[in-house]
Design a protein around this ligand. Structure first.
Ligand SMILES: [Zn+2]
Length: 94
């Protein structure tokens, strides 16, 4: 009898679906049908390897706002809060 060769199996690399941001743990998207199966993220779609659920992502352009330089004032640092405030201002004007 000859010894059967054991092939190295490629791991699923599930750990890549977890990401620690600050003190938060980000998880990948789960399959809506299976529940606790991660969806494989492709260039233009997400796919479930178990039930073959797939979802095509529509091309959505990020919303951009035109902001007057006056509104920025003397703020040297533009953080998320000020950007949100400015976005609200711009939306109120319309
Ligand atoms: Zn599934």
């Amino acid at each position: 009898m000859t010894k059967r060769k054991i092939k190295n199996k490629k791991p699923s690399e599930k750990w890549k679906k977890y990401k620690v941001v600050g003190s938060l743990l980000q998880k990948g998207r789960f399959c809506p049908r299976c529940g606790d199966v991660f969806l494989a993220v492709h260039k233009d779609r997400v796919f479930c390897g178990q039930c073959h659920y797939s979802e095509f992502s529509r091309k959505e352009e990020p919303k951009t706002f035109k902001v007057d330089k006056k509104d920025l004032g003397l703020a040297t640092e533009v953080d998320k809060e000020t950007v949100e405030k400015l976005a609200k201002k711009v939306l109120e004007k319309k």
